[in-house]
Design a protein around this ligand. Sequence first.
Ligand code: UT7
Length: 320
Amino acid sequence: MPLRSVIAGVGSALPARRVDNAELAAQVDTSDEWIVERTGIRARYIAGEGETTGTLATDAARRALDNAGLDASQIDLIVLATATPDQTFPATATKVQTALGIPDCIAFDVAAVCSGFLYALTVADAMIRGGGAKNALVIGAETFSRILDWEDRGTCVLFGDGAGAMVLCASDDPDAGILATRLHADGRYNDLLYVDGGPSTTQTVGKLRMKGREVFRHAVTNLAAVLGEVLDAAGLTSADVDWVVPHQANARILDATARKLGLSPDKIVVTVDRHANTSAASVPLAFDVAVRDGRIKRGDLVVLEAMGGGFTWGAAALRY
Ligand code: UT7
């Protein structure tokens, strides 16, 4: 049995259209000042015609495969985290499989909203360490612009579209790759962040609804706690951490969580300013940005964390 899943490659993709706060303020009763001060967001990317969760996921997956130096035919598992699939079914993961020309592999979607990538990574890591897969594509991809209520200024300014992917490979190296993961869910908080539609209830897709201030409060507490748990599980302390790649919901949540853990803000990868909140895509998208701009290097100890609708939340500690 392999001991670990190592991160062989990373990649990401964004829609062609970038929308800054000034452009939004021309359509919605908001301002650049309010958005920047309350969230740190300056711009987001919005999917256009022909761009879907599936196409963005496929582009990110191709870049991650390139980065890993692997051929798509070597992939035997695709786990795709999304709350905005192309269709209710089939799983968007099977669309990526077909687009990559993989005739046979395991392919399924995971629904844990903004923590979806942490859930997908944990499942893929367990399958690899259990011997059920050798080379996995783990993808977070979303087109939240399509479930936003563009009349609700409290939510529509906060989200964007995008995708990020990692290639995980089985390895016998005891010190590399994913060292520990921790996941949680608490469905008592369903009504603080949800979509008001669905196939089994309204037969509509629905729109995102959020009680932002309450989500914020829970996010800081839960994220600091799960980061502590995952470091304990890996036998590490915050002093060992080179980089934290957090879910990019709000710059103020990132600051508050870092403060609670006594982590320097210089160790936190922040991309919320340019991408806004891309839900399940945000962690792998930020990870890819930080690898490409030279911040995250091979051998670095990196901690990932996210929290979202459900609530669901989780963290992972890895040696890149
Ligand atoms: O990814 C899943 C996890 N999600 C999150 O982590 C989101 C967590 N929550 C947040 O990031 C913040 O709570 C928000 C950014 C959503 C909101 O910031 P806030 O400081 O909690 O503001 P608020 O909702 O309490 O609203 C303050 C004021 C209100 O006006 P009044 O009632 O004080 O007059 C809102 O109507 O700001 C107003 N407001 C806006 N003003 C201009 C709300 N949205 C806007 C807007 N532009 N876009």
